[in-house]
Design a protein around this ligand. Structure first.
Ligand code: ACO
Length: 325
């Protein structure tokens, strides 16, 4: 058995902050952000708009696109680094919101590689015949983790969710490649907000600066432009597939310059590397499924097309999947 993507969906908060809005918060400007990242605006969740709520909206859109009812779903995996709660997990909240009462639900934290890990995990369950219909979601409210006084990070991130419905079928194709590099973890960090000594006083006022996203931007950039092409080449070699056979490379949207550098290293035209970072910024685990849905809704994906999905991020981690649409 193999999981076939039957439908996709996406949702982003209605509130939009353009680069000029950020220039009101930190010492930056529209020109710098556009030139160095390709980002023009990002969606930012409003008070009460949780990771689960936006995940559920993307999930409902994916179910509709797939023509599958919530009751038919028996597995929900939400990839997120920014859950609204630790308990219950976001996937259980989504289950409740969409009425998928027969599903087993859990979250997975794989930072920006999260959607690739979720896809692999769902595929493994479907291949074993354990579940028949899986809903996988990448959802983030990174605006909760961003330090809005730090211009080196706050200009990059945005909120959003993307989802896919997978149905187990007898015949199909799926291949993947993932790696983790725990020794490099300090390059991109965000400490837990729940660290407290036993008996310590509850102090809701102060927030430890370590509990915001921190990164060595240059190191992450170098890591991404070296490891992503390597992973893609490794995967294609393993599958005896030429890069020229791939119709679209759907890469994690972290920086337009990273996507361009990956295309260059693979020796391919940039038109096979769709981008939507202009609109969303970096939505971590949501960026790949949002882009996949955008291509699907635009009618650009035809049955039989070969797609590579590839991500990289905190951990550090990176990975790529090869699917036939
Ligand atoms: N506005 C204006 N100037 C700025 C800003 C800003 N927002 N940020 C930095 N600068 C200045 C710097 O101070 C520096 O000034 P100086 O030359 O006088 O010292 C200059 O601009 C250049 O700074 P760099 O950091 O060298 O800029 P760079 O071109 O490397 O771009 C960036 C920085 C955009 C962060 C880039 O390194 C990057 O995209 N890295 C990858 C980040 C990433 O993908 N992270 C997410 C990983 S995925 C996940 O799991 C969350």
């Amino acid at each position: 058995m193999i999981g076939k993507i039957e439908g996709t969906g996406a949702y982003a908060p209605v509130q939009i902050w353009d680069n000029n809005r950020l220039a009101e918060l930190v010492d930056t400007n529209d020109e710098w952000i556009r030139e160095r990242t390709g980002i023009v605006k990002r969606h930012v969740a409003e008070e009460g708009e949780t990771t689960a709520l936006i995940a559920a909206k993307a999930a409902e859109a994916a179910l509709e696109n797939a023509g599958v009812s919530a009751e038919e779903i028996d597995l929900i995996i939400v990839a997120t680094t920014s859950p609204g709660n630790l308990v219950p997990n976001t996937a259980c909240e989504v289950q409740h919101l969409i009425g998928a009462s027969h599903a087993t639900c859990f979250d997975l934290n794989g930072a920006c590689t999260g959607f690739i890990f979720a896809l692999n995990t769902a595929q493994a369950y479907l291949a074993q015949g354990i579940y028949s219909n899986a809903l996988i979601v990448g959802a983030e409210c990174l605006s909760n983790l961003v330090d809005w006084t730090d211009r080196s990070t706050c200009i990059l991130f945005g909120d959003g969710a993307g989802a896919a419905v997978l149905r187990a079928v007898e015949e199909g194709y799926y291949a993947q490649m993932t790696h983790s590099m725990g020794s490099k973890g300090s390059v991109l960090t965000c400490a837990s907000r729940n660290k407290r000594l036993p008996g310590a006083r509850m102090d809701s006022g102060a927030q430890d600066p370590k509990t915001f996203l921190h990164m060595d931007g240059g190191e992450v950039f170098k890591f991404a432009v070296s490891r992503m092409p390597e992973a893609i080449k490794e995967l294609l070699r393993q599958e005896q597939t030429a890069a020229e056979e791939i119709d679209y490379f759907i890469l994690h949207q972290a920086n337009a310059r990273i996507v361009s550098a990956v295309a260059k290293k693979l020796g391919l035209d940039l038109d096979r590397f769709p981008m939507n970072i202009t609109e969303y910024g970096n939505t971590s685990s949501a960026s790949i499924p949002i882009l996949l849905d955008e291509l699907n809704q635009a009618g650009k994906l035809k049955r039989g097309m070969k797609l590579v999905l590839a991500g990289f991020g905190g951990g550090l981690s990176y990975g790529a999947s090869l699917i036939v649409w």
